[in-house]
Design a protein around this ligand. Structure first.
Ligand SMILES: [Zn+2]
Length: 512
């Protein structure tokens, strides 16, 4: 059993979970669940990035202490992940004492392993007193803070610890050259390679004036203790997770699943920090794209909102998971649309899989008293196994994680099984006892097809896959059935039950 450690980016505790957060968790959850069924020893880490000035300010505006504020946010995120069936093994929070201690240990380790990695330097920047932070050119509007246009920016100088990122340019280039799989999908790699070609600049590792964070372990020369800069606090979460009580997180990570906007932090700054600390690098960073609504990216700052709870309630969490991973390519961008959601649900789940399951179980009940007959393997079995090989290749990491391709392969098996019913016409076969062997062969094949669909869909629709598995009379659970077991499955003697429809047709509605 090989170890598989998968992580999501920790979510910034400055607002409520939105569709962008959900897409990343659902995708990573499908990968984690698939690897359990591939036989790996999986550790799935998610969590919250709870420090930083914006969090402190939002808490202050709400009239509560930062810790109390982030406790409330963390509660809302964990409730959302429970609703969506996210199967994480650990939910880490950067405000936890174990994280503070481990970040301190990591920084000390860098001081010990690479004594010149950190140095002190004075930094002059445009400071907004309204934000209590330095503003970058991108944050400015007509030379003023975009959030505080009535204030004049002040040129402020402070001394900080800096990290000598520039010293890692060549080592990072060599790592990218030796490990083409390090950043996937491949089209993301060129952005980082051209960044490395330009050369890297040193980055701030500590900040004055910010109280809500991890104290930087060593004071600057004036004796002042500063706070660890946000990326030196947040990125190490993947490594500090192992020091939380009860954690079995290994190191290094197998894959960091992150949004395409933060690949630079995960494939440049984070590996440079690990190199400075003398620690192994994560095997892979997988960058998914963005999900948009009406062409605009979901995020708090963009102001584009879709109530997650409303989208989930419409057709249920499994249908929501399925739609996102089927329709939004996990290696690129895509758009959420209510029309597409309902169209995909109706065509592929209600009319496709749901119809296949209800027709098959009804026929096994009617013609075989509910007991699955024996039947030799068919051409459908062989064709399905070729599709499932493709699905596994989109899930096992050998080609990254194009989850939409895995679902496309599974959808083909559903179409094939429905076609097999149309071609074989079991209700005609049932009229003549001479056709009994052929009838049993067809029904046995259909149940095997459905059973494999339940097993391979379990990473995507954990609830519905179990309901299907139970209706077929499968042993144990779909989620506990290895993909390899599913491929060789014989369902003879299973007792089916024709229950409620798996995917009821949605009530007509006017899309919001
Ligand atoms: Zn401001």
């Amino acid at each position: 059993m090989s170890s598989f450690f998968i992580t999501c980016a920790i979510d910034y505790a400055n607002g409520d979970p939105h569709l962008g957060h959900a897409l990343e968790k659902i995708g990573a959850d499908a990968i984690a669940r698939a690897h359990r069924q591939l036989g790996d020893d999986v550790w799935f880490l998610i969590g919250m990035d709870e420090h930083g000035q914006k969090v402190a300010q939002t808490a202050e505006a709400a009239g509560v202490a930062p810790q109390q504020f982030v406790d409330g946010v963390a509660e809302r995120f964990t409730a959302m992940w429970a609703t969506l069936g996210i199967s994480h093994d650990q939910f880490m929070r950067t405000s936890h004492a174990a994280h503070h201690a481990a970040v301190t240990a990591l920084l000390e380790r860098i001081f010990a392993e690479t004594p010149d990695a950190f140095y002190e330097r004075s930094y002059t920047g445009e400071y907004c007193v309204g934000c209590e932070s330095f503003k970058q050119a991108a944050d400015l509007h007509e030379g003023r803070c975009a959030l505080h246009p009535t204030r004049t920016l002040e040129a402020v100088t402070e001394r900080n610890w800096f990290f000598r990122l520039s010293a890692y340019t060549e080592r990072l280039k060599a790592h990218f050259a030796a490990h083409p799989e390090f950043l996937q999908p491949a089209h993301r790699r060129n952005e980082i390679l051209s960044l490395l070609e330009q050369g890297l600049e040193d980055i701030s590792a500590s900040r004055a004036r910010i109280a809500w964070g991890v104290p930087f372990p060593r004071p600057i020369s004036t004796g002042e203790t500063q706070t660890t800069y946000v990326w030196f606090d947040a990125l190490p979460n993947y490594w500090t997770a192992q020091f939380f009580p009860g954690s079995r997180a290994p190191w290094p990570a197998s894959v960091h699943v992150v949004g395409k906007d933060i690949t630079r932090f995960h494939t440049v700054i984070w590996p440079a920090m690990l190199m400075a600390a003398g620690l192994p690098l994560p095997a892979q960073v997988w960058a998914h794209g963005f999900i948009t609504l009406g062409g605009e990216r979901f995020s708090k700052s963009a102001g584009v909102k879709l109530e997650l709870s409303e989208a989930i309630a419409r057709l249920g969490p499994d249908a929501f998971r399925y739609y996102l991973l089927r329709d939004i390519p996990f290696d690129g961008d895509g758009a959420f649309s209510w029309e597409r959601f309902e169209a995909v649900y109706t065509a592929e789940l209600a009319n496709g899989l749901g119809n296949l399951a209800s027709r098959t179980t009804a026929m096994v009940e009617k013609y075989c008293d509910g007991v699955v007959p024996a039947g030799a393997r068919t051409a459908e079995d062989a064709a399905d196994l070729a599709d499932y090989a493709e699905a596994r290749a989109a899930l096992d990491g050998s080609n990254g994680y194009p989850l939409h391709e895995a679902l496309a392969a599974i959808v083909r098996t559903i179409g094939r099984a429905n076609q097999a019913i149309q071609d074989a016409k079991p209700w005609v076969l049932a009229k003549d006892p001479a056709n009994r062997p052929e009838l049993e062969r067809v029904l046995a094949s259909l149940v095997r097809q459905l059973a494999r669909q339940a097993v391979y869909l379990a990473p995507f629709m954990p609830g519905k896959a179990e309901a299907l598995w139970t209706a077929l009379g499968g042993p144990g659970t779909a989620a506990a059935t290895a993909f390899a077991t599913a491929d060789a499955l014989d369902c003879t003697g299973w007792r089916v039950t024709k229950g409620e429809g798996l995917f009821p047709r949605p009530e007509p509605t006017t899309a919001p």
